[in-house]
Design a protein around this ligand. Structure first.
Ligand code: ZN
Length: 471
């Protein structure tokens, strides 16, 4: 079968994010079989199976989300945790989250992914670390959800192994045995990890945080990642409480602990990275460790602000993460880029972060965090992942510069979104699944989770059957 072709013509503003930050006007983009073949402003237009009108649109590379906990869409704005800092927030939510099961996670993942897609995101990672007893296939469920909705997905196999009885923060009911964790990591890599360019699914390994896993598990995970050629992800330096925990339990600051267990490398990207001193920033830069900067979550929980300009200056790729939906409580990637821009201007002045800096983090640098050079920019040879935003929206009316408008005006939803050459959002609507029935299932799952009921104990609902057949 000949690969299908797609042409976007007469693009008002095309933001390439190539190394020269080229911005083209009146341009076209031609893709074949999921890959960009040509971008130009002049010449004869190639013929294509699908032709999209690019007038009145800004086209940007698909945004890359480097940190999320999709299951948390079920517990947005949870009242007992609405005004809490991280540790208190976690303690309030762990018992509710302990009720997660396959059906509720399938709906939660798709809702988060739908939000991401509609906000311009074509690639997301997810950090799932919660595996209540008997729920051993939750990463498989997330991958099935991603495949169905059509988003590029980096599933990170999270883990927690040190419960309250061992001095950790999570309740014992949600921690797993370390050998079982490592065996499941092996299984997932073998079954799903695709290292080839254009991969729609990759696996990374992601022990949750210093206060929920042991140094032994961190070390064994790093060895496994090295052996199987996958990336490493974890939360680090998110709060002062975490720093104190590390000093108390390990006699070390979080970064020293990370270094000791073999994680200070270019294979790793860290969520948050707020409390690093100058020397630590330079060590991270030398190692080429990536940072998933999550400004909304950090502000929402009152955690602090990552030293983003210093980290980038030191050589760390810094991507953006919306973080879990119980601490954002939104999965809008364009809004996250705007939040990053405004936060760092507040701290470093208007020149401290440009619109292009914020977009760079949301695209190419995020892609580097995930270990990819085939996405994040619009150039011949890269994957055909892009978002189109309509400048005729009321919020853009009167805007002078189309690129600046994307981040300075109110965050918009996309008109069209293409992932791997396939139209996933068209005229502002998801093409791959119907949103209203998904939202009904999601709201019901959320209500039952908050009430304490079990969703699919017998596994005999129609939807559960569908989930299992998708796996
Ligand atoms: Zn997180």
């Amino acid at each position: 079968m000949t690969p299908s072709t797609l042409l976007v013509r007469d693009i008002h503003t095309l933001v390439t994010m190539d190394g020269r930050d080229s911005v083209l006007h009146g341009a076209f983009l031609f893709a074949e079989g999921g890959q960009i073949r040509k971008i130009g402003v002049r010449g004869k237009l190639p013929r294509a199976d699908i032709v999209i009108d690019g007038r009145h649109a800004v086209v940007i590379p698909g945004l890359v989300n480097t940190h999320h906990h999709l299951y948390q869409t079920l517990t947005r704005a949870y009242a007992p945790a609405a005004n809490a800092e991280l540790f208190e927030w976690l303690r309030a939510l762990y018992p509710v989250w302990a009720r997660i099961d396959e059906e509720s996670l399938y709906a939660a993942a798709q809702v988060g992914m739908a939000e991401l897609l509609l906000s311009g995101c074509t690639t997301t990672s997810d950090h799932h670390y919660l595996f209540p007893r008997g729920q051993d296939r939750l990463i498989d469920v997330e991958i099935a959800a991603a495949r169905r909705i059509g988003i590029r997905f980096h599933a990170t196999r999270g883990s927690m192994s040190v419960g309250e009885s061992q001095g950790g923060l999570p309740p014992d009911s949600v921690v797993q045995d370390e050998d079982q964790i490592l065996a499941d990591c092996e299984r997932l890599i073998g079954r799903y990890h695709d290292p080839s360019p254009g991969a729609m699914v990759r696996i990374a390994l992601a022990p949750c945080s210093p206060f929920s896993v042991s140094p032994r598990l961190m070390r064994a995970t790093a060895d496994l990642a090295e052996r199987r050629g996958v990336r490493l992800h974890t939360h680090l330096a998110e709060t002062r409480d975490e720093e104190e925990y590390c000093l108390q339990h390990f006699g070390k600051r979080p970064l020293d602990l990370l270094d000791e267990v073999g994680w200070l490398s270019g294979r790793t990207w860290l969520a948050h990275g707020i409390f690093f001193n100058r020397r630590e920033v330079s060590r991270l830069g030398k190692a080429g460790t990536g940072i998933a900067h999550c400004p909304t979550s950090n502000m929402r929980l009152g955690s602090g602000c990552a030293p983003v300009p210093a980290l980038r200056g030191a050589g760390c790729p810094v991507g953006l993460g919306v973080d879990g939906s119980a601490s954002n409580d939104s999965s809008h990637m364009l809004a996250e880029a705007r939040q990053a821009l405004l936060l760092h201007r507040l701290i470093h002045g208007a020149a401290g972060m440009t619109v292009l800096d914020a977009l760079r983090m949301a695209t190419v640098e995020g892609a580097r965090c995930l270990g990819r050079d085939d996405i994040g920019s619009l150039e011949s040879g890269k994957r055909a992942d892009f978002a189109m935003i309509d400048l005729r929206d009321v919020g853009f009316s009167g805007a002078g510069d189309a690129l600046s408008a994307l981040l300075l005006c109110a965050p918009a939803r996309v008109r069209t979104l293409v992932v791997e050459g396939k139209v996933v959002v068209d005229e502002g609507e998801l093409r791959t699944l119907a949103l209203p029935p998904l939202l009904r299932r999601h709201r019901a799952a959320s209500r039952r989770m908050l009430r304490g009921g079990r969703l699919s104990s017998s596994g005999n609902t129609d939807h559960h059957v569908k989930v299992v057949s998708d796996l």
